[in-house]
Design a protein around this ligand. Structure first.
Ligand SMILES: NC(=O)c1ccc[n+]([C@@H]2O[C@H](COP(=O)([O-])OP(=O)(O)OC[C@H]3O[C@@H](n4cnc5c(N)ncnc54)[C@H](OP(=O)(O)O)[C@@H]3O)[C@@H](O)[C@H]2O)c1
Length: 434
């Protein structure tokens, strides 16, 4: 057997403590599988006095994770603190400068600094592994980087935030409002006290930024992602979606278009019969369309100690086995610059819900605003009056044929100016999926 792999783990919370417990519990199995034993020699967290569910005797304790990365007697550094900057970033950089491979679950760090870190790793003849950073336990990074390496990817998309999917699933199944579902999600520990990061779509965007780079061999470009969260989705939209044969999901999509790569995170209506529409609750799913393999869907637990630790451990075992591919699938010098397709050029169908004042000329105004922007309608339905929308208004739902985001925005601006609408129009993109 080869000499043991000595690990330093910084961050012993939900994921870090689980990783350490599993290394203790599965020591024999892991050693048998990689032909070498894996031992934690150094650890770091904030509170030294807290029990973490594993035996820390013989492990060097560091109050400062950067010091662990710089001075620990380790062959690999595991960063499970979180955050795009601060000590997590400093510690990862310190380990890379020493030429030590890094395993991390930190999507924020990679989405913001992935390319710079990949360069630093390559300069020091080492790499970063991050299977757990996207969709928790689902092995999507390895699938894209290894199993699909001979494919050209046309589109990668999925449900990347369990909190949003839990909320939307409950709204649909139980007819409970967004606010009530969010409170339950917080009580159950699925949503943070400040839920903006999840429900605003930012968490999904971090994961998408990483997937886009792997899918298209481009530099990571978080700032180019169009992001819209789920807080404006109402029960009226969910009911209308069901009647139209759709379900509403927070979708993250990256696709190649003639004008560049489109990256977007927003609520979308997807066909109720599609595989992705069956993904309920906190489950995550990633679909990949590629030239040789066609379409595949990977679904499973996107969070949680054991599921995320499963992905972290698979990276640790790759390091132990000496299998360390380039961080972003290609050497950093071969990554292409990211060319952004503008959201205004996005093409697809749209669902629009309007509260229209019950007066002469309102419908004519809708028809003419759509026509002047070249938008053809698949359907237009006046729905049962919604008391919340206000007295004297009629809810109207439009579904368009494929058009552009620019045309829809121009039509809705025109309609608002015409003075026939009460409140803001609701607009949800329709995604064409199998
Ligand atoms: N939880 C999940 O299901 C999940 C899923 C996928 C990816 N991830 C990612 O995994 C990473 C860890 O998440 P988590 O849920 O395990 O977080 P967590 O439970 O909040 O744990 C964070 C750990 O970092 C330690 N820490 C924080 N600041 C520190 C500092 N300045 N110095 C030393 N240690 C410090 C904390 O120490 P104390 O314990 O002493 O406070 C704690 O042990 C994040 O990047 C997250 O995005 C998590």
């Amino acid at each position: 057997m080869k000499s043991e792999l000595r690990l330093g783990i910084a961050g012993l919370g939900t994921v870090g403590a689980k990783v350490a417990q599993l290394i203790e519990r599965k020591a024999e199995l892991l050693a048998e599988r990689v032909g070498r034993s894996i031992r934690i020699t150094a650890i770091s967290a904030r509170d030294r006095s807290r029990g973490r569910g594993f035996d820390a005797d013989g492990m060097a304790w560091f109050d400062n994770p950067v010091e662990l990365a710089e001075k620990g007697e380790i062959d690999a550094f595991v960063e499970l603190i979180g955050g795009s900057d601060g000590v997590a970033r400093q510690a990862v950089e310190a380990a890379l400068r020493r030429g030590i491979p890094v395993v991390t679950a930190n999507k924020a760090l990679l989405a913001h600094h992935g390319v710079a870190l990949a360069r630093l790793a390559a300069e020091n003849d080492t790499e970063i592994l991050f299977e757990a950073a996207v969709a928790g336990g689902i092995p999507v990074i390895k699938t894209m980087r290894e199993a699909l390496s001979a494919n050209e990817v046309g589109r990668v998309y999925g449900i990347l935030n369990g909190t949003c999917n839990y909320i939307l699933t409950r709204m649909e199944k139980e007819g409970i409002s967004f606010d009530a579902c969010l409170k339950d999600a917080q009580a159950l520990g699925y949503a943070e006290a400040d839920p903006t990061f999840d429900i605003g779509g930012f968490d999904a965007a971090h994961k998408l930024a990483i997937l886009t780079s792997l899918a298209f061999g481009t530099e990571i470009s978080l700032e180019s992602i169009f992001i819209e969260g789920i807080s404006k989705i109402t029960i009226a939209d969910i009911v209308a979606a069901a009647e139209l044969g759709y379900r509403i999901k927070l979708l993250a999509v990256a696709l190649r278009t003639d004008s560049g790569i489109e990256q977007r995170v927003h609520p979308a209506m997807i066909p109720a019969r599609s595989s992705l529409a069956q993904v309920d609750g906190v489950t995550n799913a990633v679909a990949i369309d590629s030239d040789l393999l066609g379409s595949i869907l990977l679904a499973g637990p996107g969070a949680g100690g054991a599921a995320t630790a499963s992905a972290v451990l698979s990276d640790i075992m790759d390091v132990a086995g000496g299998f360390v591919p380039p961080t972003l699938g290609l050497p950093p010098s071969r990554l292409q610059p990211y060319h952004r397709a503008r959201m205004r050029a996005h093409e697809g169908g749209y669902y629009i819900r309007l509260a229209v004042f019950d007066r002469v000329g309102a419908f004519a105004s809708i028809a003419s605003r759509m026509a002047e922007n070249g938008i053809s309608l698949e359907s237009i339905v006046q729905r049962k009056a919604d008391r919340k929308a206000g007295e004297g208004t009629a809810p109207v739902v439009l579904v368009t044929h494929d058009t552009t985001e620019a045309a829809i925005r121009a039509a809705l601006d025109g309609l608002s100016r015409d003075g026939h609408l009460s409140g803001e129009p609701q607009m949800i993109r329709i995604e064409d999926l199998d």
